[in-house]
Write a protein that binds this ligand. Structure first.
Ligand code: OAD
Ligand code: ZN
Length: 271
């Protein structure tokens, strides 16, 4: 930890942005399953379908209500969860650094927002499970899933009375979850692609926490930042490709984010 703190202080002495990049591991201590872990969504599966099949536009076109059922169940898990010390530490860092700070998250669980990270500096690059948008994309507008849509303790069929609320308020077409699917691409209006790339290119420090480094935009973030000379830190309970990059840079810490982030942020704020 001491060497990482020293490397971060050196990086912070240079002008530039500080980017925190988070994945499912940051919410694991809040009880939200990860994707690729032992009890992960992609590992244990849904009852009838392999979940990676459900998280596609193709599946939504063929069986929209099965896809909705699975997302409404996952949404219930997220709503039951509470932010943990990792989320709160990132709020403290945001408060300390202000405009210099950016939080890029792959998580759709809303826990960073609920912990208090301000919208202006929170970039949800895979969407938000609490929001829906028009499946025909008649408008880029996102809508909160109506309060009348009930929590579901497991993936159960979506009742007719609920389905009517899962439609675009503007054109009446079916709504879809506001999440990025496997057969879709990042873009700026929905997933902040250009913003996040720009932040990465201007970063002096990137602190990665709780991701297995399996998705494309996080790779772009880390590569762009490293190319521009940023120091890279990785916090994860397991080895992962970002850890290898960080080990050659500011350092990799193999411990839970809920323990490491509060300690690291405290050490960096108290300078
Ligand atoms: P993964 O499930 O792939 O990886 C979770 C990572 O968190 C693993 O590397 C774990 O070792 C680590 N981890 C678990 N508990 C931790 C803890 N307490 N502290 C620190 N690290 C911990 O999740 P992501 O990398 O976030 O995308 O997955 C990225 C994307 O893949 C997701 O956003 C989702 C999925 O497909 C979409 O749905 C578009
Ligand atoms: Zn519409």
């Amino acid at each position: 930890m001491d060497a990482v703190v020293r490397a971060c202080r050196t990086a912070l002495a240079r002008p530039g942005t500080v980017v925190a990049l988070t994945g499912a591991g940051v919410s694991a201590e809040s009880g939200v399953p990860t994707f690729r872990g032992k009890d992960g969504y992609w590992t244990i599966g849904a009852e009838e379908y392999h979940p990676q099949e459900l998280a596609t536009h193709d599946a939504f076109s063929r069986m929209p209500w099965d896809v909705w059922a699975w997302y409404l169940y996952r949404r219930s898990v997220c709503r039951d969860a509470e932010p943990n010390p990792a989320h709160r530490a990132l709020v403290d860092w945001d408060t300390a650094l202000g405009d210099r700070f950016a939080l890029v998250t792959q998580n759709v669980d809303g826990l960073h927002r609920r912990a208090g990270s301000p919208d202006a500096r929170l970039h949800e690059i895979h969407g938000d499970i609490d929001l829906m948008r028009c499946s025909r994309e008649c408008t880029p507008e996102r809508y909160a899933i109506p309060a009348i849509v009930p929590a579901t303790p497991k993936s159960v069929p979506v009742a007719e009375a609920v389905r009517v609320h899962l439609h675009c308020p503007k054109c009446g077409a079916m709504a879809r979850p506001h999440v990025l699917w496997f057969d879709e691409s990042y873009d700026e209006p929905r997933y902040h692609l250009d913003t996040v790339r720009r932040l990465a290119a201007g970063a002096v420090l990137v602190v990665i926490a709780g991701t297995s480094a399996k998705t494309n935009l996080p790779w772009q973030v880390v590569s762009l930042a490293a190319q521009h000379g940023a120091a890279i830190v990785d916090i994860n309970v397991e080895p992962n490709p970002f850890g290898d990059i960080a080990a050659e840079s500011a350092g990799a810490i193999r411990a839970p984010a809920g323990e490491v982030l509060p300690e690291l942020v405290r050490a960096l704020i108290d300078v």
